[in-house]
Design a protein around this ligand. Structure first.
Ligand code: GAR
Length: 188
């Protein structure tokens, strides 16, 4: 059995989708969701799915407390599902190739600090892009620059609003993220 922790910062629709995907699995257990915002909707989603959720501060992320919790709880793998803080270097070292993130664009385009959620889709539309998509990648010390595991594309029409792009990208996330996580876990 592999223990997987999900980290999220906001709505948590990807976290919910991943929890549902692995519910009843004999190979993957998701003991809790960790979130850096106490009011984030992901807490409600976790609760309604019967998964524990906890809030932590940026300080606890950076001073090693949360890393110690993950080790104590025998976490094997970490999924960033809309998690917006930078992962400390000690985490990357402790969980080599065991932290994955999803980014709502085709990296290396539209990545880096400050590029998250709707900001990404606004930039894609403002730039007149003809396509966007998702990137699932390993996490290293630099925002959005770890080795790419998987990408999928969607069209961006001239008439699309950032919300339209967000909807297309979310659909790709829901379709692919749990499956790609499962594939990566199977290779551990
Ligand atoms: C997702 O679209 C995810 O790709 C993005 O935040 C959204 C979270 O939605 N992540 C980033 O922008 C990371 N840089 P959710 O909370 O409903 O899963």
């Amino acid at each position: 059995m592999k223990n997987v922790a999900i980290l999220a910062s906001g709505s948590g629709s990807n976290a919910e989708n991943i929890i549902k995907h692995f519910s009843g699995s004999k190979d993957v257990h998701i003991p809790f969701v960790l979130c850096n915002k106490k009011d984030a909707f992901v807490h409600e989603r976790a609760k309604s799915l019967g998964v524990k959720s906890m809030t932590f501060s940026k300080n606890e992320l950076e001073n090693g407390e949360i890393l110690n919790l993950l080790k104590r709880e025998n976490i094997d793998f970490i999924v960033l599902a809309g998690f917006l803080l930078k992962i400390p270097a000690e985490w990357v070292e402790a969980f080599q190739n065991r932290i994955v993130n999803i980014h709502p664009a085709l990296l290396p385009k539209f990545g880096g600090k400050g590029m998250y959620g709707m900001r990404v889709h606004e930039a894609v539309v403002a730039n007149g892009e003809k396509e966007s998509g998702i990137t699932i990648h390993y996490v290293n010390e630099v925002y959005d620059s770890g080795a790419i595991i998987f990408q999928a594309k969607c069209d961006v029409l001239p008439t699309d609003s950032p919300e339209d792009v967000a909807n297309k990208v979310h659909a790709l996330e829901y379709e692919h993220f749990p499956r790609v996580i499962e594939e990566v876990l199977n290779k551990l």
